[in-house]
Design a protein around this ligand. Structure first.
Ligand code: ADP
Ligand code: MG
Length: 273
């Protein structure tokens, strides 16, 4: 039997973050996301439900979620998932189950006429959990500029317009105490103004060079290699990171990890370019 072709991937929030290195800039950002989600999804004193007891079940409140803008590889996707893991643990204590739907354009794009609109609608339908009031759903629209195109763009097809229409309609129906949209983008200028005006825009910070070096260390052999100690290899990697930053590469977790792999290739495996 074929597995259901869902328009999203359900991320398992009970799993630990694995190889993630906790660094201050990203940890602060994750904390801010966590606090905002706790405010809307929690039910204890000082939360949205406590502050606005009469409007708890209404879609009228104008906050529907965030759009996080930041350079590629700056850890946006990872930050959203990690804040989801934290929220999952904390809200379990009040009997709520947090789930995270991860949506990429590949989850949505299908060939048939109207397929994409139907799939986008299904994301929201499943994410609204009408029947089970203990559920809270984060819908992560990753790299949203690849899913929704700017309507003023002359290349925008009818298709693009109708996808945007579905998105806005569904977003306006959301009840934020149960479902929240978090979109990410590397290209905020390509995102339709109607998206940025409906979601709360926040900058996702890139890691500092020091933090990049910290992350790169996890990809260097613990015992060292080829007569070099671990520290010597780490220093070479730090120098490589610095030189690329000096050459104008934007800081990112991706660059940190890629640099460590270059050192691994050249100094451990012995494959020089
Ligand atoms: N704190 C971290 N420690 C280690 N690796 C990280 C960390 N944050 C992100 N990464 C990794 O860096 C890469 C880029 O992160 P990602 O979240 O995909 O960035 P973005 O979504 O901004 O493009 C991914 O492979 C991710 O797993
Ligand atoms: Mg991403």
């Amino acid at each position: 039997m074929q597995a259901a072709d869902l328009p999203y991937t359900v991320r398992n929030l009970a799993l630990s973050s694995g190889s993630m290195v906790a660094v201050p800039t990203q940890s602060k950002f994750i904390r801010q996301l966590f606090d905002a989600m706790t405010y809307f999804f929690g039910r204890s004193e000082g939360t949205y439900s406590d502050h606005f007891p009469t409007s708890e079940e209404s879609p009228n409140f104008p906050f529907k979620g965030f759009i996080l803008a930041g350079p590629p590889g700056s850890g946006k996707t990872e930050a959203v998932i990690e804040s989801g893991r934290m929220l999952y643990k904390v809200l379990a204590q009040e009997g709520a189950e947090v789930q995270l739907f991860h949506v990429n354009s590949a989850n949505i794009n299908r060939k048939g006429l109207g397929d994409n609109e139907a799939r986008l609608r299904q994301v929201f339908r499943d994410g609204k959990s009408q029947t089970d009031k203990s559920k809270r759903t984060i819908i992560l629209f990753d790299d949203i500029e690849t899913l929704l195109v700017k309507r003023t763009d002359e290349h925008t097809s009818e298709w693009g317009r109708s996808m945007n229409g579905v998105f806005f309609h569904e977003l306006d129906q959301l009840i934020t105490t149960r479902t929240m949209v978090i979109a990410t983008t590397n290209e905020p200028n390509l995102v339709d103004d109607a998206v940025t005006s409906r979601l709360t825009l926040r900058d996702a910070p890139a890691p500092t060079i020091e933090e990049m070096v910290e992350v790169s260390k996890t990809c260097i052999p613990i015992a060292g290699a080829n007569g070099m100690t671990r520290e010597q290899l780490q220093e070479k990697c730090a120098a490589l990171i610095q030189s690329q930053i000096d050459d104008g590469e934007p800081p990112s977790f991706r660059l940190a990890r890629k640099s460590a792999i270059e050192i691994l290739m050249s100094d451990v495996v012995g494959w020089n370019n």
